[in-house]
Design a binder for this molecule. Structure first.
Ligand code: NDP
Length: 294
């Protein structure tokens, strides 16, 4: 039977650890602060922002949330960020995505000071990650890295196959796992929609990371015995037997793949819960001046 990698439990452990770190730094007179900007009325975004606010509150980090209407202009957004960039009491800035279509997302992300870029999307942090320098790493890949580390999955010389090459998940996790350092040092293959047959790659994986957004794409026959599987996908599929009329599945067919895997993340309850803990970890690292010293 595969070990079930319990992201919910690990995230809760990390939350307790972060709380202790916050107490420590607060005792030294530093009060960590996260500034969040939400533009528009997207229901999912509102829920994500509320849970980030709640998390901060639970562990003693100050959060400021600015909720702006859909009609907010790009210039107004850039002004807010400029204000937060120059506010010494703000350690982390997060712009909840997606932004309304009339606002240029890359321009906004580029305007965030790299030293407060706790989402790790600024090209300076991307470049630092690739170069193996201290950086803010995007929260979902950082969560995957932390899960593998805490479950003591040795990656040295192992073949990690990443399916998906997004800037948010695929590219950063590939870069993290190939770094020459104790909890990484893997041989990494990245595949994407241009692959004529992804099973050619997934069958070779010692560690498989699926970040595709396609429900149960990877089946039992696509993996080898003993594989470690990290399923990042969050997909809604219709299920009229449930109260909501849908259920959430990953990019991996859990029933089939868990029979062959040595360890696997469930969906939900695997990678998902880690993301928020990593955002707060990055905020704390900013307050502790761990990445950018000035
Ligand atoms: P994107 O849509 O940005 O990227 C998907 C990637 O998968 C692309 O690189 C695409 O290739 C590739 N792809 C699509 N179809 C196939 C296929 N049939 N075979 C091989 N590759 C394919 O998605 P994200 O990376 O943002 O997210 C991926 C999944 O992870 C989603 O389900 C999302 O909801 C979930 N997610 C979960 C998070 C969490 O747990 N907290 C956070 C972020 C995402 P190409 O580049 O060629 O288009």
């Amino acid at each position: 039977m595969a070990i079930i990698i319990d992201g919910k439990k690990i995230s809760s452990d990390i939350k307790n650890e972060l709380k202790a770190r916050v107490e420590n730094i607060t005792a030294k007179g530093i009060k960590p602060k996260l500034a969040l900007l939400l533009v528009g009325e997207d229901a999912a975004s509102q829920m994500y922002v509320r849970s980030k606010e709640r998390y901060c509150n639970d562990i003693g980090i100050e959060s400021v949330v600015l909720r702006m209407p859909n009609t907010t202009t790009e210039e107004e957004v850039l002004d807010i960020i400029d204000k937060w960039n120059n506010d010494k009491t703000v350690n982390g800035i997060l712009v909840q995505l997606p932004l309304p279509k009339h606002i240029n997302e890359s321009k906004v992300l580029l305007s965030i000071s790299p030293s407060k870029d706790v989402d790790g999307f600024h090209p300076e942090n991307v470049g630092r990650l690739v170069a193996g320098l201290p950086s803010y790493v995007p929260c979902t890949p950082l969560g995957i890295y932390e899960l593998l580390k805490r479950y003591k999955i040795n990656l040295k010389g192992k073949h990690c196959v990443v399916v998906g090459r997004s800037n948010i998940v695929g590219k950063p996790i590939a870069n993290l796992l190939m770094q020459k350092e104790p909890n990484a040092n893997a041989i990494v293959t990245v595949c994407h929609s241009a692959a004529p047959d992804i099973s050619y790659y997934t069958k070779q994986a010692d560690v498989l990371i699926a970040a595709v957004g396609s429900p149960e794409l990877i089946k039992g026959e696509d993996v080898k015995e003993g594989v470690v599987v990290i399923d990042v996908g969050i997909n809604r599929v219709e299920d009229l037997s449930t109260e909501k009329g849908y259920r959430v599945v990953g990019d991996v067919n859990f029933a089939e793949v868990s029979k062959k895997a040595s360890a696997i993340t469930p969906v939900p309850g695997g990678v998902g819960p880690m993301t928020i803990s990593m955002l707060i970890l990055n905020t704390l690292r900013s307050a502790e001046k761990e990445v950018y010293k000035d």
